[in-house]
Design a protein around this ligand. Sequence first.
Ligand code: ADP
Ligand code: MG
Ligand code: ZN
Length: 503
Amino acid sequence: MTALSPEILAKYQPVIGLEVHVQLLTETKAFCGCVNKYGGEPNTHCCPTCLGLPGALPVLNRKAVEFAVLAAKAIHCEIRETSIFSRKNYFYPDSPKGYQISQFDKPIAEHGWIEVPSFDMSGAAVTKRIGVTRLHMEEDAGKSIHDGFADSVSKTYIDLNRCGTPLVEIVSEPDLRTADEVFEYLTKLKEILLYTGVSDCNMEEGSLRCDANVSVMLKKDAAEFGAKAYGTKAEVKNVNSFRYIRAAVEYEIERQIGVIEEGGRVVQESRLWNNAEGRTYSMRSKEQAHDYRYFPEPDLPPLVVGVEWQAEILKGMPELPEARRARMIAEYEISAQDAATLTATREFADRFEDAAKKAKSPRRVASLLTSELTMRLRAAGLELEQSPVSMAGIVMAADLAESGELSSKMLKQLLDSAFEKNEDFPVVYEREKPQQISDTGAIEKMIDEVIAGNAKQVEQYRGGKKTVAAFFVGQVMRLSKGQANPALLNELVAKKLDALGPL
Ligand code: ADP
Ligand code: MG
Ligand code: ZN
Protein backbone atom coordinates (compact mmCIF):
# COMPACT_ATOMS: atom_id res chain seq x y z
CA MET A 1 0.00 0.00 0.00
CA THR A 2 1.56 3.31 -1.01
CA ALA A 3 1.38 6.07 1.56
CA LEU A 4 -1.27 8.70 0.95
CA SER A 5 -0.58 12.38 1.37
CA PRO A 6 -2.04 14.19 4.40
CA GLU A 7 -4.08 16.34 1.99
CA ILE A 8 -5.81 13.30 0.55
CA LEU A 9 -6.39 11.70 3.97
CA ALA A 10 -7.87 14.98 5.20
CA LYS A 11 -10.61 14.87 2.56
CA TYR A 12 -12.16 11.80 4.17
CA GLN A 13 -14.19 11.18 7.27
CA PRO A 14 -13.71 7.70 8.79
CA VAL A 15 -16.71 6.09 10.49
CA ILE A 16 -16.28 3.19 12.89
CA GLY A 17 -18.62 0.97 14.88
CA LEU A 18 -17.49 -1.80 17.22
CA GLU A 19 -18.88 -5.20 18.11
CA VAL A 20 -17.34 -6.46 21.33
CA HIS A 21 -17.79 -9.98 22.66
CA VAL A 22 -17.26 -10.46 26.36
CA GLN A 23 -17.13 -13.80 28.17
CA LEU A 24 -18.94 -13.78 31.49
CA LEU A 25 -17.25 -15.04 34.64
CA THR A 26 -19.93 -17.54 35.62
CA GLU A 27 -18.98 -20.83 37.27
CA THR A 28 -20.82 -22.82 34.65
CA LYS A 29 -21.72 -22.42 31.00
CA ALA A 30 -24.72 -20.53 29.61
CA PHE A 31 -27.10 -23.44 29.08
CA CYS A 32 -25.60 -26.46 30.86
CA GLY A 33 -23.73 -27.34 34.05
CA CYS A 34 -20.30 -27.71 32.46
CA VAL A 35 -17.50 -25.77 34.06
CA ASN A 36 -16.85 -22.39 32.43
CA LYS A 37 -13.10 -22.30 32.57
CA TYR A 38 -10.42 -21.28 30.12
CA GLY A 39 -8.10 -24.00 28.86
CA GLY A 40 -8.13 -27.59 30.08
CA GLU A 41 -7.48 -30.75 28.09
CA PRO A 42 -9.27 -30.25 24.77
CA ASN A 43 -12.86 -31.49 24.71
CA THR A 44 -13.12 -32.29 28.41
CA HIS A 45 -15.50 -29.49 29.51
CA CYS A 46 -18.39 -30.72 27.40
CA CYS A 47 -21.73 -32.46 27.77
CA PRO A 48 -24.57 -33.42 25.41
CA THR A 49 -26.13 -29.96 25.73
CA CYS A 50 -23.11 -27.86 24.84
CA LEU A 51 -22.18 -30.36 22.15
CA GLY A 52 -25.66 -29.97 20.74
CA LEU A 53 -26.47 -33.68 20.71
CA PRO A 54 -30.02 -34.50 19.61
CA GLY A 55 -32.54 -34.34 22.42
CA ALA A 56 -30.35 -32.38 24.84
CA LEU A 57 -32.10 -29.26 26.15
CA PRO A 58 -30.66 -25.90 27.23
CA VAL A 59 -31.42 -24.42 30.67
CA LEU A 60 -30.48 -20.76 31.08
CA ASN A 61 -27.83 -19.86 33.66
CA ARG A 62 -29.34 -17.34 36.07
CA LYS A 63 -25.98 -15.82 36.93
CA ALA A 64 -25.29 -15.10 33.26
CA VAL A 65 -28.50 -13.06 33.12
CA GLU A 66 -27.49 -11.15 36.23
CA PHE A 67 -24.08 -10.37 34.80
CA ALA A 68 -25.61 -9.26 31.51
CA VAL A 69 -27.98 -6.89 33.32
CA LEU A 70 -25.14 -5.51 35.45
CA ALA A 71 -22.94 -4.92 32.40
CA ALA A 72 -25.82 -3.35 30.49
CA LYS A 73 -26.72 -0.98 33.32
CA ALA A 74 -23.10 0.00 33.79
CA ILE A 75 -23.08 1.32 30.21
CA HIS A 76 -26.42 3.08 30.66
CA CYS A 77 -28.59 0.66 28.68
CA GLU A 78 -32.31 0.17 29.18
CA ILE A 79 -33.29 -3.35 30.16
CA ARG A 80 -36.00 -5.09 28.17
CA GLU A 81 -38.26 -6.87 30.62
CA THR A 82 -39.04 -9.70 28.22
CA SER A 83 -36.27 -10.62 25.86
CA ILE A 84 -36.13 -13.51 23.42
CA PHE A 85 -33.43 -16.02 22.60
CA SER A 86 -33.10 -16.82 18.91
CA ARG A 87 -31.30 -19.36 16.85
CA LYS A 88 -28.66 -17.96 14.56
CA ASN A 89 -28.17 -20.72 12.03
CA TYR A 90 -24.86 -21.39 10.41
CA PHE A 91 -22.56 -24.31 10.04
CA TYR A 92 -19.07 -24.08 11.38
CA PRO A 93 -16.91 -26.96 12.62
CA ASP A 94 -16.45 -25.42 16.06
CA SER A 95 -20.21 -25.01 16.52
CA PRO A 96 -21.58 -28.54 16.40
CA LYS A 97 -25.27 -27.65 16.89
CA GLY A 98 -25.33 -25.89 13.54
CA TYR A 99 -26.68 -22.79 15.25
CA GLN A 100 -25.78 -20.39 17.99
CA ILE A 101 -28.26 -19.40 20.67
CA SER A 102 -28.25 -15.62 20.56
CA GLN A 103 -30.67 -12.73 20.79
CA PHE A 104 -31.90 -10.99 17.68
CA ASP A 105 -34.80 -8.55 17.50
CA LYS A 106 -35.54 -8.49 21.22
CA PRO A 107 -32.19 -8.21 22.99
CA ILE A 108 -31.99 -7.89 26.76
CA ALA A 109 -30.63 -4.33 26.61
CA GLU A 110 -30.48 -1.33 24.26
CA HIS A 111 -29.81 2.41 23.99
CA GLY A 112 -26.75 2.84 26.16
CA TRP A 113 -23.66 5.01 25.91
CA ILE A 114 -20.04 5.24 26.90
CA GLU A 115 -18.15 8.49 27.27
CA VAL A 116 -14.68 8.77 25.81
CA PRO A 117 -12.08 11.52 25.84
CA SER A 118 -11.61 13.05 22.41
CA PHE A 119 -10.88 16.30 20.59
CA ASP A 120 -13.17 18.73 18.80
CA MET A 121 -12.51 20.41 15.43
CA SER A 122 -10.31 23.06 17.04
CA GLY A 123 -8.24 20.42 18.80
CA ALA A 124 -9.65 21.14 22.27
CA ALA A 125 -10.11 18.19 24.62
CA VAL A 126 -13.75 17.14 24.90
CA THR A 127 -15.77 14.25 26.26
CA LYS A 128 -17.68 12.46 23.53
CA ARG A 129 -20.63 10.19 24.06
CA ILE A 130 -20.57 7.03 21.94
CA GLY A 131 -23.92 5.32 21.56
CA VAL A 132 -24.33 1.65 22.47
CA THR A 133 -26.95 0.20 20.17
CA ARG A 134 -27.51 -2.98 22.12
CA LEU A 135 -26.15 -5.54 24.51
CA HIS A 136 -27.38 -9.05 23.96
CA MET A 137 -26.70 -12.47 25.42
CA GLU A 138 -25.38 -15.39 23.44
CA GLU A 139 -23.16 -18.42 23.69
CA ASP A 140 -19.61 -18.81 22.52
CA ALA A 141 -18.49 -21.38 19.96
CA GLY A 142 -15.65 -23.86 20.37
CA LYS A 143 -12.23 -23.21 18.97
CA SER A 144 -10.69 -24.15 15.66
CA ILE A 145 -6.96 -24.29 16.02
CA HIS A 146 -5.25 -23.81 12.68
CA ASP A 147 -1.80 -24.89 11.66
CA GLY A 148 -0.64 -22.04 9.45
CA PHE A 149 -2.34 -18.81 8.39
CA ALA A 150 -4.89 -17.82 5.73
CA ASP A 151 -4.13 -19.72 2.50
CA SER A 152 -1.55 -21.98 4.03
CA VAL A 153 -3.56 -23.75 6.73
CA SER A 154 -2.52 -27.40 6.65
CA LYS A 155 -4.47 -28.88 9.58
CA THR A 156 -7.29 -27.69 11.80
CA TYR A 157 -8.04 -29.09 15.25
CA ILE A 158 -11.30 -28.66 17.13
CA ASP A 159 -11.55 -27.96 20.86
CA LEU A 160 -15.13 -27.67 22.10
CA ASN A 161 -14.35 -26.69 25.71
CA ARG A 162 -15.40 -23.12 24.99
CA CYS A 163 -18.73 -24.17 23.42
CA GLY A 164 -21.59 -22.66 25.36
CA THR A 165 -19.56 -20.14 27.35
CA PRO A 166 -21.89 -17.24 28.20
CA LEU A 167 -21.19 -14.05 26.27
CA VAL A 168 -22.58 -10.62 25.96
CA GLU A 169 -22.13 -8.84 22.66
CA ILE A 170 -21.97 -5.06 22.93
CA VAL A 171 -22.64 -3.26 19.66
CA SER A 172 -21.78 0.40 19.30
CA GLU A 173 -23.42 2.96 17.06
CA PRO A 174 -21.22 4.08 14.15
CA ASP A 175 -20.24 7.08 16.28
CA LEU A 176 -16.47 6.62 16.38
CA ARG A 177 -14.40 8.78 14.05
CA THR A 178 -10.75 8.00 14.70
CA ALA A 179 -8.59 5.04 15.62
CA ASP A 180 -7.77 6.84 18.86
CA GLU A 181 -11.44 7.09 19.76
CA VAL A 182 -11.70 3.35 19.14
CA PHE A 183 -8.84 2.78 21.54
CA GLU A 184 -10.42 5.03 24.17
CA TYR A 185 -13.84 3.43 23.80
CA LEU A 186 -12.40 -0.03 24.32
CA THR A 187 -10.30 1.14 27.24
CA LYS A 188 -13.35 2.67 28.95
CA LEU A 189 -15.55 -0.32 28.21
CA LYS A 190 -12.98 -2.74 29.60
CA GLU A 191 -12.48 -0.60 32.70
CA ILE A 192 -16.21 -0.48 33.38
CA LEU A 193 -16.64 -4.23 32.83
CA LEU A 194 -13.73 -5.00 35.13
CA TYR A 195 -15.27 -2.83 37.84
CA THR A 196 -18.58 -4.65 37.57
CA GLY A 197 -16.72 -7.95 37.85
CA VAL A 198 -18.73 -9.65 35.10
CA SER A 199 -15.63 -10.59 33.11
CA ASP A 200 -11.88 -10.76 33.52
CA CYS A 201 -11.60 -9.15 30.05
CA ASN A 202 -8.41 -11.10 29.45
CA MET A 203 -7.71 -10.53 25.78
CA GLU A 204 -4.98 -13.14 25.47
CA GLU A 205 -7.47 -15.75 26.58
CA GLY A 206 -10.17 -14.32 24.36
CA SER A 207 -12.43 -13.15 27.19
CA LEU A 208 -12.83 -9.88 25.34
CA ARG A 209 -12.80 -9.81 21.55
CA CYS A 210 -13.48 -6.99 19.19
CA ASP A 211 -14.62 -6.65 15.60
CA ALA A 212 -14.21 -3.20 14.08
CA ASN A 213 -16.50 -2.01 11.29
CA VAL A 214 -14.79 0.67 9.27
CA SER A 215 -15.95 2.88 6.42
CA VAL A 216 -14.91 6.22 4.97
CA MET A 217 -16.83 9.01 3.28
CA LEU A 218 -15.91 12.38 1.88
CA LYS A 219 -15.98 15.08 4.53
CA LYS A 220 -18.01 17.35 2.29
CA ASP A 221 -20.66 14.63 2.01
CA ALA A 222 -20.51 14.05 5.75
CA ALA A 223 -21.26 17.73 6.33
CA GLU A 224 -24.13 17.73 3.86
CA PHE A 225 -25.76 14.33 4.16
CA GLY A 226 -24.60 13.00 7.55
CA ALA A 227 -25.27 9.33 8.16
CA LYS A 228 -26.92 8.98 4.75
CA ALA A 229 -23.51 9.36 3.16
CA TYR A 230 -21.81 6.57 5.15
CA GLY A 231 -19.60 4.50 2.91
CA THR A 232 -19.57 0.73 2.57
CA LYS A 233 -18.01 -0.85 5.63
CA ALA A 234 -15.48 -3.61 5.96
CA GLU A 235 -15.26 -5.53 9.20
CA VAL A 236 -11.91 -6.35 10.78
CA LYS A 237 -12.43 -9.45 12.91
CA ASN A 238 -10.92 -10.80 16.07
CA VAL A 239 -7.95 -8.63 16.82
CA ASN A 240 -6.58 -9.50 20.22
CA SER A 241 -5.17 -6.29 21.65
CA PHE A 242 -6.39 -2.70 21.77
CA ARG A 243 -3.13 -1.51 20.26
CA TYR A 244 -3.50 -3.86 17.33
CA ILE A 245 -7.10 -2.79 16.86
CA ARG A 246 -5.99 0.81 16.68
CA ALA A 247 -3.34 -0.15 14.14
CA ALA A 248 -5.82 -2.28 12.17
CA VAL A 249 -8.38 0.55 12.06
CA GLU A 250 -5.71 3.02 10.98
CA TYR A 251 -4.60 0.66 8.26
CA GLU A 252 -8.13 -0.02 7.13
CA ILE A 253 -9.00 3.68 6.88
CA GLU A 254 -6.01 4.30 4.62
CA ARG A 255 -6.65 1.20 2.58
CA GLN A 256 -10.21 2.25 1.87
CA ILE A 257 -9.23 5.81 0.99
CA GLY A 258 -6.60 4.38 -1.34
CA VAL A 259 -9.19 2.18 -3.05
CA ILE A 260 -11.54 5.12 -3.57
CA GLU A 261 -8.78 7.47 -4.71
CA GLU A 262 -7.84 4.96 -7.37
CA GLY A 263 -11.38 5.01 -8.64
CA GLY A 264 -12.38 1.71 -7.05
CA ARG A 265 -15.13 0.83 -4.59
CA VAL A 266 -14.84 -0.57 -1.09
CA VAL A 267 -16.50 -3.97 -0.93
CA GLN A 268 -18.42 -5.14 2.07
CA GLU A 269 -16.38 -7.94 3.54
CA SER A 270 -14.74 -9.40 6.62
CA ARG A 271 -11.02 -8.92 6.94
CA LEU A 272 -8.34 -10.34 9.21
CA TRP A 273 -5.50 -8.37 10.77
CA ASN A 274 -2.03 -9.78 10.37
CA ASN A 275 0.08 -8.10 12.97
CA ALA A 276 3.43 -9.33 11.69
CA GLU A 277 2.77 -7.68 8.34
CA GLY A 278 0.80 -4.75 9.73
CA ARG A 279 -2.06 -5.18 7.24
CA THR A 280 -5.53 -6.63 6.88
CA TYR A 281 -6.52 -9.49 4.57
CA SER A 282 -9.82 -10.28 2.97
CA MET A 283 -11.46 -13.25 4.70
CA ARG A 284 -14.86 -13.51 3.09
CA SER A 285 -16.92 -11.12 1.02
CA LYS A 286 -20.58 -10.26 1.42
CA GLU A 287 -21.49 -12.72 -1.36
CA GLN A 288 -20.23 -15.49 0.86
CA ALA A 289 -21.92 -13.97 3.92
CA HIS A 290 -24.33 -16.07 5.93
CA ASP A 291 -28.05 -15.87 5.86
CA TYR A 292 -28.64 -16.73 9.50
CA ARG A 293 -32.37 -17.46 9.25
CA TYR A 294 -32.97 -16.32 12.80
CA PHE A 295 -36.02 -17.71 14.55
CA PRO A 296 -37.03 -17.81 18.22
CA GLU A 297 -35.29 -20.60 20.12
CA PRO A 298 -38.06 -23.15 20.70
CA ASP A 299 -36.28 -24.81 23.62
CA LEU A 300 -36.13 -21.68 25.79
CA PRO A 301 -39.03 -19.62 27.14
CA PRO A 302 -38.92 -15.81 26.88
CA LEU A 303 -36.51 -14.37 29.42
CA VAL A 304 -38.32 -12.16 31.90
CA VAL A 305 -36.25 -9.84 34.06
CA GLY A 306 -38.85 -7.91 36.01
CA VAL A 307 -38.38 -4.72 37.96
CA GLU A 308 -37.84 -6.55 41.24
CA TRP A 309 -35.18 -8.83 39.90
CA GLN A 310 -33.48 -5.86 38.24
CA ALA A 311 -33.44 -4.00 41.54
CA GLU A 312 -31.98 -7.07 43.24
CA ILE A 313 -29.24 -7.30 40.61
CA LEU A 314 -28.45 -3.61 40.86
CA LYS A 315 -27.60 -4.01 44.51
CA GLY A 316 -24.43 -5.63 43.21
CA MET A 317 -23.46 -2.57 41.17
CA PRO A 318 -20.20 -1.11 42.46
CA GLU A 319 -19.30 2.55 42.23
CA LEU A 320 -18.11 2.89 38.64
CA PRO A 321 -14.73 4.35 37.65
CA GLU A 322 -15.95 7.75 36.46
CA ALA A 323 -18.03 8.40 39.56
CA ARG A 324 -15.31 7.07 41.78
CA ARG A 325 -12.73 9.40 40.27
CA ALA A 326 -14.98 12.40 40.77
CA ARG A 327 -15.62 11.47 44.39
CA MET A 328 -11.97 10.79 45.13
CA ILE A 329 -10.92 14.13 43.68
CA ALA A 330 -13.41 15.91 45.94
CA GLU A 331 -12.88 13.77 49.02
CA TYR A 332 -9.10 13.57 49.07
CA GLU A 333 -8.26 16.75 47.16
CA ILE A 334 -6.14 14.84 44.70
CA SER A 335 -5.47 15.80 41.09
CA ALA A 336 -7.52 14.42 38.21
CA GLN A 337 -4.45 12.72 36.92
CA ASP A 338 -3.67 11.02 40.23
CA ALA A 339 -7.31 9.96 40.47
CA ALA A 340 -7.08 8.42 37.01
CA THR A 341 -3.99 6.46 37.93
CA LEU A 342 -5.36 5.35 41.29
CA THR A 343 -8.60 4.05 39.81
CA ALA A 344 -6.91 2.08 37.04
CA THR A 345 -8.24 -1.02 38.75
CA ARG A 346 -10.84 -1.42 41.43
CA GLU A 347 -8.31 -3.19 43.68
CA PHE A 348 -5.80 -0.36 43.40
CA ALA A 349 -8.49 2.21 44.20
CA ASP A 350 -9.64 0.14 47.20
CA ARG A 351 -6.12 -0.08 48.53
CA PHE A 352 -5.51 3.60 48.06
CA GLU A 353 -8.71 4.58 49.81
CA ASP A 354 -7.95 2.25 52.67
CA ALA A 355 -4.51 3.84 53.07
CA ALA A 356 -5.82 7.38 52.55
CA LYS A 357 -8.23 6.98 55.47
CA LYS A 358 -5.37 6.05 57.79
CA ALA A 359 -2.98 8.78 56.67
CA LYS A 360 -2.57 12.38 57.78
CA SER A 361 -2.67 13.54 54.17
CA PRO A 362 -4.44 11.45 51.51
CA ARG A 363 -2.95 13.77 48.93
CA ARG A 364 0.52 12.80 49.94
CA VAL A 365 -0.36 9.10 49.88
CA ALA A 366 -1.72 9.60 46.38
CA SER A 367 1.38 11.32 45.13
CA LEU A 368 3.69 8.78 46.76
CA LEU A 369 1.76 5.94 45.13
CA THR A 370 1.48 7.47 41.70
CA SER A 371 5.03 8.77 41.49
CA GLU A 372 7.63 7.31 43.84
CA LEU A 373 6.15 3.84 44.22
CA THR A 374 4.91 3.40 40.66
CA MET A 375 8.25 4.52 39.29
CA ARG A 376 10.17 2.03 41.40
CA LEU A 377 7.77 -0.81 40.68
CA ARG A 378 8.09 -0.17 36.97
CA ALA A 379 11.87 -0.03 37.12
CA ALA A 380 11.95 -3.31 39.04
CA GLY A 381 9.35 -4.90 36.77
CA LEU A 382 7.04 -5.61 39.70
CA GLU A 383 3.27 -5.51 40.13
CA LEU A 384 1.76 -3.64 43.04
CA GLU A 385 1.11 -6.93 44.84
CA GLN A 386 4.82 -7.70 44.69
CA SER A 387 5.94 -4.38 46.12
CA PRO A 388 8.43 -4.70 48.99
CA VAL A 389 6.83 -1.59 50.47
CA SER A 390 3.37 -2.35 51.84
CA MET A 391 0.47 0.07 51.95
CA ALA A 392 1.08 0.47 55.67
CA GLY A 393 4.66 1.37 54.79
CA ILE A 394 3.42 3.98 52.34
CA VAL A 395 1.15 5.49 54.98
CA MET A 396 4.04 5.68 57.43
CA ALA A 397 6.30 7.29 54.83
CA ALA A 398 3.59 9.77 53.86
CA ASP A 399 2.96 10.74 57.47
CA LEU A 400 6.65 11.25 58.16
CA ALA A 401 6.96 13.43 55.08
CA GLU A 402 3.82 15.33 56.01
CA SER A 403 5.05 16.18 59.48
CA GLY A 404 8.34 17.27 58.01
CA GLU A 405 10.28 14.57 59.85
CA LEU A 406 11.52 13.26 56.54
CA SER A 407 12.79 15.47 53.76
CA SER A 408 11.72 14.41 50.30
CA LYS A 409 15.31 13.55 49.50
CA MET A 410 15.58 11.32 52.54
CA LEU A 411 12.27 9.71 51.73
CA LYS A 412 13.49 8.83 48.27
CA GLN A 413 16.67 7.35 49.66
CA LEU A 414 14.75 5.19 52.11
CA LEU A 415 12.42 3.95 49.36
CA ASP A 416 15.43 3.15 47.17
CA SER A 417 16.85 1.21 50.06
CA ALA A 418 13.59 -0.67 50.58
CA PHE A 419 13.55 -1.74 46.95
CA GLU A 420 17.24 -2.65 46.91
CA LYS A 421 17.01 -4.78 50.02
CA ASN A 422 13.47 -6.00 49.43
CA GLU A 423 12.34 -4.77 52.83
CA ASP A 424 9.26 -2.87 53.91
CA PHE A 425 9.51 0.82 54.70
CA PRO A 426 9.25 0.63 58.52
CA VAL A 427 12.17 -1.80 58.66
CA VAL A 428 14.36 0.43 56.55
CA TYR A 429 13.26 3.53 58.40
CA GLU A 430 14.14 2.10 61.81
CA ARG A 431 17.60 1.23 60.63
CA GLU A 432 18.41 4.17 58.40
CA LYS A 433 16.33 7.04 59.75
CA PRO A 434 18.10 10.35 60.02
CA GLN A 435 20.03 11.08 63.18
CA GLN A 436 17.83 13.06 65.51
CA ILE A 437 18.81 16.41 66.86
CA SER A 438 17.74 16.54 70.51
CA ASP A 439 19.89 19.43 71.48
CA THR A 440 17.46 22.05 72.81
CA GLY A 441 19.79 24.95 72.10
CA ALA A 442 20.31 23.95 68.47
CA ILE A 443 16.60 23.55 67.85
CA GLU A 444 15.82 26.86 69.54
CA LYS A 445 18.31 28.58 67.31
CA MET A 446 16.55 27.29 64.24
CA ILE A 447 13.13 28.27 65.63
CA ASP A 448 14.38 31.81 66.19
CA GLU A 449 15.57 31.92 62.63
CA VAL A 450 12.20 30.81 61.27
CA ILE A 451 10.30 33.23 63.54
CA ALA A 452 12.50 36.09 62.36
CA GLY A 453 11.82 35.25 58.73
CA ASN A 454 8.03 34.86 58.92
CA ALA A 455 6.54 37.94 60.48
CA LYS A 456 3.11 37.39 58.93
CA GLN A 457 2.68 33.93 60.46
CA VAL A 458 3.98 35.19 63.80
CA GLU A 459 1.31 37.85 63.74
CA GLN A 460 -1.36 35.29 62.93
CA TYR A 461 -0.28 33.14 65.85
CA ARG A 462 -0.23 36.05 68.22
CA GLY A 463 -3.62 37.03 66.91
CA GLY A 464 -4.97 33.71 68.21
CA LYS A 465 -4.56 31.34 65.25
CA LYS A 466 -2.74 28.61 67.17
CA THR A 467 -2.77 26.16 64.25
CA VAL A 468 -0.05 28.24 62.61
CA ALA A 469 2.34 26.48 64.99
CA ALA A 470 2.36 23.56 62.54
CA PHE A 471 3.79 25.87 59.92
CA PHE A 472 6.72 26.70 62.15
CA VAL A 473 7.28 23.06 63.04
CA GLY A 474 7.37 22.21 59.35
CA GLN A 475 9.79 25.01 58.52
CA VAL A 476 12.19 24.09 61.29
CA MET A 477 11.96 20.43 60.34
CA ARG A 478 12.97 21.37 56.86
CA LEU A 479 15.77 23.55 58.10
CA SER A 480 17.06 20.65 60.18
CA LYS A 481 16.79 18.38 57.15
CA GLY A 482 14.23 16.32 59.00
CA GLN A 483 16.54 15.69 61.92
CA ALA A 484 14.96 17.71 64.71
CA ASN A 485 13.36 15.55 67.40
CA PRO A 486 9.67 16.07 66.55
CA ALA A 487 8.30 15.91 70.09
CA LEU A 488 10.87 18.34 71.36
CA LEU A 489 10.40 20.59 68.36
CA ASN A 490 6.64 20.79 68.87
CA GLU A 491 7.09 21.68 72.48
CA LEU A 492 9.73 24.33 71.85
CA VAL A 493 7.83 25.99 69.01
CA ALA A 494 4.76 26.45 71.21
CA LYS A 495 6.87 27.75 74.04
CA LYS A 496 8.75 30.26 71.85
CA LEU A 497 5.61 31.55 70.15
CA ASP A 498 3.65 31.83 73.37
CA ALA A 499 6.52 33.73 74.91
CA LEU A 500 5.91 36.48 72.38
CA GLY A 501 2.54 37.08 74.01
CA PRO A 502 -0.80 37.94 72.36
CA LEU A 503 -1.23 40.95 70.11
P1 ADP B 1 -24.36 -5.98 10.05
O1 ADP B 1 -25.79 -6.28 9.93
O2 ADP B 1 -23.61 -5.94 8.77
O3 ADP B 1 -23.66 -6.74 11.13
P2 ADP B 1 -25.01 -3.79 11.75
O4 ADP B 1 -25.95 -2.75 11.28
O5 ADP B 1 -25.50 -4.82 12.69
O6 ADP B 1 -24.32 -4.44 10.49
O7 ADP B 1 -23.81 -3.06 12.41
C1 ADP B 1 -22.71 -3.73 12.90
C2 ADP B 1 -21.70 -2.71 13.38
O8 ADP B 1 -21.24 -1.93 12.29
C3 ADP B 1 -22.25 -1.70 14.38
O9 ADP B 1 -21.27 -1.48 15.37
C4 ADP B 1 -22.46 -0.46 13.56
O10 ADP B 1 -22.31 0.70 14.33
C5 ADP B 1 -21.38 -0.56 12.54
N1 ADP B 1 -21.69 0.09 11.28
C6 ADP B 1 -22.83 0.06 10.58
N2 ADP B 1 -22.73 0.74 9.44
C7 ADP B 1 -21.46 1.24 9.40
C8 ADP B 1 -20.72 2.04 8.47
N3 ADP B 1 -21.24 2.46 7.32
N4 ADP B 1 -19.45 2.34 8.76
C9 ADP B 1 -18.88 1.91 9.92
N5 ADP B 1 -19.52 1.17 10.82
C10 ADP B 1 -20.79 0.83 10.58
MG1 MG C 1 -22.74 -7.70 12.76
ZN1 ZN D 1 -22.10 -28.72 28.71
